[in-house]
Design a protein around this ligand. Structure first.
Ligand SMILES: Cc1ncc(COP(=O)(O)O)c(C=O)c1O
Length: 452
């Protein structure tokens, strides 16, 4: 066992040591070699060393270097060494992480991590929360609590009675809500299509002046961090308008909520604490390994009522916090351990520097691309840059070539009707030199594409 584990650690370290010297996108020959995984279910055993050797030799070269310093696609963080190491140790513990009595260490560490996040994100102290797989499940979990509470106010217990015959819930979203929010709504029986969509401004922010009249059970889903522009909805104003009518306000803050960690950016999310629930990702800006997200709910009882189970064989509620009372999963890995490790490692100051560093790199991209004559389509308020290189065909061709070039990776989007490249800076590891190198690749390729 010792040889297996130490040689695997060596392989992992070797992977990380080389990640910034290889193409971000895997060579197609490496991707083709993953065909080597395709075989009939083996009848005979294989030694663990041979299993790991195959995994590393066929798998590692075919990975996208998302944990390297120059991956700017989607909204993808890297992994802090402290988080990776904590992940290894916590996986070694192999804790079920549902009840304090059974797994006290992970239950306690997660409780502390939650408290620290509530503090750093400036959320109300009475919040409780749930560690889940990511933003989608964080939205799902928080909105389950919302569904519970708005129906309870209308005299309906949705956990016991279900949605058949329940009073109707009005769900309000911005026109620029993230596509996964609609999946969460669908999973909760609230429907993808029966929402009221509120128009947005040029940055993709929900327009508070365009909100509908609110009456009856209502959930208003706002957003902190548009996946393209990074813009943040006027959550404070929206809360003031709808909460007095009894509406529940949710904030999808997959990455934008982290603006609160820096004094220079906290003004962008001023007032989000007025909301009733929030979701965020830790595998994005906090740079912990996939998968990791958190739902926060101010009314702890609503979340517990939506998630809690009991049975004769389960530990009875005691004074300690049982993770299972708050999460959709029963058995689960303790994702909060990595969150704790990063927050302990960085401290408040390090967290602020992480946010500020990424935002500063984003501004560097904006300034250099704009100086090179390209059109920046968004106000670069956070870590996101949306840039057009001309007509649709030119921009598409450039992005395709950039992705194949392998110096860095950025994806495509459509913004305000224009095809554009989106650059998202989320990794702790990205340096000024990485931005320079990436800019050179983008501008060189743009010159080539223009001369075609
Ligand atoms: C605003 C927003 N909400 C939700 C999500 C979904 O998060 P996840 O992929 O962690 O489920 C994302 C992902 O980019 C996002 O940007």
């Amino acid at each position: 066992m010792t040889h297996l584990l130490s040689s695997t650690a060596e392989r992992a370290i070797n992977y990380l040591d080389n990640i910034n010297d290889r193409s971000i996108v895997p060579e197609s020959s490496a991707v083709n070699r993953t065909a080597g995984f395709i075989e009939e279910m083996p009848e005979e055993a294989t030694s663990p060393n041979d299993v790991i050797q195959m995994l590393d030799e066929l798998g590692s070269p075919a990975t996208m270097a998302t944990t390297g310093r120059r991956f700017f696609g989607f909204v993808v963080g890297g992994v802090y060494p402290a988080a990776l190491a904590a992940n290894w140790l916590a996986s070694t513990w192999d804790q079920i992480s549902s009840y304090y009595q059974i797994t006290p260490a992970t239950a306690k560490i997660e409780e502390v991590a939650l408290r620290w996040m509530i503090d750093v994100l400036g959320l109300p102290e009475e919040c409780n929360g749930a560690f889940v797989t990511g933003g989608t499940m964080a939205n799902f979990t928080a909105l389950a609590a919302a569904r519970r509470q708005v129906l309870l106010q209308a005299g309906w217990d949705v956990e016991d009675e279900g949605l058949f015959g329940a009073p109707s819930i009005t769900v309000v979203v911005g026109e620029e809500a993230h596509p996964t929010l609609f999946k969460s709504l669908a999973m909760l029986g609230l429907g993808r299509k029966r929402v009221i969509k509120v128009p947005v401004d040029l940055q993709g922010r929900m327009r508070a002046d365009a909100l509908p009249e609110i009456s009856g059970p209502t959930i208003v889903c706002t957003q902190a961090g548009n996946v393209n522009s990074g813009a943040i909805d006027p959550v404070s104003e929206i809360c003031d308008l709808v909460q007095k009518q009894g509406a529940w306000v949710h904030v999808d803050g997959a990455f934008g909520l982290w603006a609160a960690a820096s004094q220079s950016y906290a003004h962008l999310v001023a007032g989000v604490e007025k909301a009733d629930s929030w979701s965020t990702d830790c595998h994005k800006w906090l740079n912990v390994p996939y998968d990791s997200g958190v739902a926060f709910v101010k009314n702890e009882y609503a979340l517990r009522a939506a998630m809690r189970i009991s049975a004769a064989y389960l530990p009875a509620p005691k004074e300690h916090r049982d993770p299972s009372d708050y999460t959709p999963e029963f058995s689960r890995r303790a994702r909060g351990v990595e969150v704790w490790a990063v927050m302990k490692h960085l401290g408040r100051q390090g967290l602020a520097e992480l946010v500020e560093g990424c935002c500063s790199h984003a501004r560097h991209f904006r300034d250099a691309l704009s100086a090179a004559g390209f059109e920046i389509l968004n106000d670069v308020v956070l870590n996101q840059v949306v840039v057009s290189f001309g007509d649709e065909q030119t921009t598409k061709r450039l992005i395709d070539r950039l992705q194949r070039d392998g110096t860095c990776w950025a994806g495509i989007t459509s913004w305000q009707g224009q095809t554009a490249m989106r650059i998202s800076v989320c990794s702790w590891a990205t340096t000024e030199e990485d931005v320079e190198l990436s800019l050179k690749a983008i501008i060189d390729i743009a010159d080539n594409v223009a001369s075609l």
